[in-house]
Design a protein around this ligand. Structure first.
Ligand code: MD3
Ligand code: FE
Length: 208
């Protein structure tokens, strides 16, 4: 299995920008940890009552939340009762630059979901369909431990391709790829020089 399995022809709607955020790695990690000081990373329950292995928080005008009532975006953090922290400047700058590079020059996110994976944490195949504007892309930034991203098709049963994502890699998903099933294989043990035994994933969205 080659790490860059998409080679010269990535699927339509997907732009893989290896190392795009590498120069900004320290500032992005600092900003993410600062967000988590205000709105802490927390375990989230699915509507079915299962605890996800990933812990999450958000910043921006709204945040993605999940509980017994379902999945949705909310303008306040249910844990603190306060609005989510603002999108840090380095987040906005990077998300806009990556989207522009991928062919979405007007993209300004209103939400950043921050996912934290300890070794063993994973994300099952799913679609992201809680956002109001499906014409906007999603920008994903990987930080810390590497992970294998699972890239499925339009149907849950389509066999996913695997893409290894390293710290500093950015992927932009839009257009035809926006509703594809995707997930993350269990993160393997290891230690990253800045984050230790953890992977952080930032996803920038236009949710409202
Ligand atoms: C493809 N997060 O938070 S980011 C998620 O690494 C999520 O934490 C994963 O999937 C993570 O919803 C993967 C990459 C990603 C995000 C959104 C997508 C890929 C996508 C939306 C459509 C298609
Ligand atoms: Fe997703």
């Amino acid at each position: 299995m080659t790490p860059d399995l998409f080679g010269a022809a990535p699927p339509p709607g997907l732009a893989y920008l290896p190392g795009f955020a590498l120069d900004e790695e320290v500032g992005l990690i600092r900003a993410a940890l600062a967000v988590a000081e205000i709105s802490p990373l927390r375990a989230v329950a699915t509507p079915g009552g299962r605890k996800m292995s990933v812990t999450m928080t958000n910043c921006g005008a709204a945040g993605w939340v999940s509980d017994a009532r379902g999945y949705r975006y909310e303008r306040r953090d249910p844990l603190t009762g306060q609005p989510w922290p603002n999108l840090p400047e380095p987040f906005l700058t990077l998300a806009r630059a990556a989207a522009a590079q991928a062919g979405f020059p007007g993209f300004t996110p209103d939400v950043c979901l921050i996912n934290r994976y300890a070794p063993g944490a994973k994300m099952a195949l799913h679609q992201d369909r809680d956002e109001a504007d499906m014409s906007a892309p999603i920008v994903s930034v990987s930080l810390g431990l590497a992970a294998v991203f699972l890239w499925g098709g339009a149907a849950r049963t389509d066999k996913p391709a695997r893409l290894s994502l390293q710290s500093g890699d950015v992927v932009v998903w839009g257009g035809a790829a926006r509703l594809n099933f995707h997930g993350v294989a269990p993160v393997r043990a290891g230690s990253h020089n800045l984050l230790g035994a953890a992977r952080l994933n930032l996803t920038f969205r236009k949710a409202l």
